[in-house]
Write a protein that binds this ligand. Structure first.
Ligand code: ZN
Length: 324
């Protein structure tokens, strides 16, 4: 189990490195992520846990206290490495049994709440985790794809929890750049008939799974309309609708693919452990990732949390190129 833990830690580390790499895309909706070029930290933030506790909203401070007492773990707060695309990120290192939240300049209370919610879902509520199978060789392409599927599905749960907890859907849970940059600029590029290289969604094509990236954009936009259409201001709803229209008209193949993902969200309730699992599994299968990855979840063993390997499947899991 020790090597499982190490592997899991390495996976998390790599996953997060790729999340950063793909910040522009992954962050589309993530509360803690900012869009390309915006909010990129150029300096590290010198903040201690004590400083942070002083300024956090009481509700977030309470959330931290609750999670720490339930898990018996103490969250380490650290500055996010300079030059990363995200404002905050969470990871758990099973080797040291340490949850870590990195935050950068410009962080808001909601960003800490967002990362704490990831921790609660994984460690306390035992939501499923999509992880590499034993023996699978993670290529950068597969890692990017796995990270994207995981972060999109997980954030559907995180966002809903935050909205329910009273954070503003417009501006806190969903950050302005997704509306003012992606849903505005990408819509315009698509309407202008630009090709894929210049449509504002091409950032990750070079490492593969570009189709997955694009279809994820549309799936998320449709889910925003469905879940937050009645709480967002009309101008925001119109920005999302414009993107959906432009995307469906100019990227029909990727739209078809997105509809398969959306069908999973319609069929299963992502807010439940079982539904979340079914969506993760279904989406991974759609992308051909199921040979390399599977579902597992954190277990508590005495005072430690471990992430067992996903259960074996009777297929060859290695020695092949990317799934695209
Ligand atoms: Zn997130």
């Amino acid at each position: 189990m020790k090597s499982d833990s190490r592997k899991a830690a390495r996976l998390r580390a790599r996953l997060h490195a790729l999340l950063l790499l793909g910040g522009a895309l992954l962050s589309l909706l993530g509360a803690s992520r900012s869009f390309a070029g915006e909010g990129v930290s150029t300096a590290t933030l010198a903040i201690t846990r004590t400083d942070l506790l002083k300024v956090l909203r009481p509700a977030v401070r309470q959330m931290l206290a609750d999670i720490e007492s339930t898990t018996g773990l103490r969250v380490r707060f650290e500055p996010i490495p300079a030059g990363t695309f995200v404002v905050a990120q969470y990871n758990f290192d099973p080797r040291t049994n340490t949850p870590r939240i990195e935050i950068g300049p410009g962080w808001q209370d909601v960003d800490v709440a967002h990362e704490l919610t990831h921790m609660r879902l994984e460690l306390v509520e035992r939501f499923p985790v999509l992880a590499w199978r034993r023996g699978a060789a993670p290529t950068p392409q597969r890692e990017a794809a796995l990270g994207r599927v995981r972060s999109y599905v997980d954030d559907e749960v995180v966002h809903a929890r935050l909205v329910r907890a009273g954070y503003k859907a417009d501006g806190e849970v969903l950050k302005p750049p997704i509306f003012d940059d992606v849903y505005t600029n990408v819509s315009r590029y698509l309407e202008e008939g630009r090709d894929r290289r210049n449509d504002g969604m091409s950032h990750l094509d070079s490492i593969g799974y570009g189709g997955l990236c694009r279809s994820a954009f549309l799936a998320q936009a449709e889910l925003i309309l469905r879940n937050y259409g009645d709480v967002l201001p009309p101008n925001r709803v119109e920005q999302v609708k414009r993107f959906v229209r432009a995307f469906r008209k100019h990227r029909p193949a990727e739209a078809q693919r997105a509809d398969k993902v959306l069908a999973l969200f319609l069929k299963h309730d992502v807010q439940s452990v079982a539904g979340h699992r079914a969506i993760l599994e279904g989406w991974a299968r759609l992308e051909g990732l199921d040979r390399f990855s599977g579902i597992t979840s954190y277990r508590r063993r005495n005072a430690r949390y471990v992430l067992p390997w996903p259960r074996r499947v009777e297929v060859e899991v290695d020695k092949e190129g990317g799934a695209e």
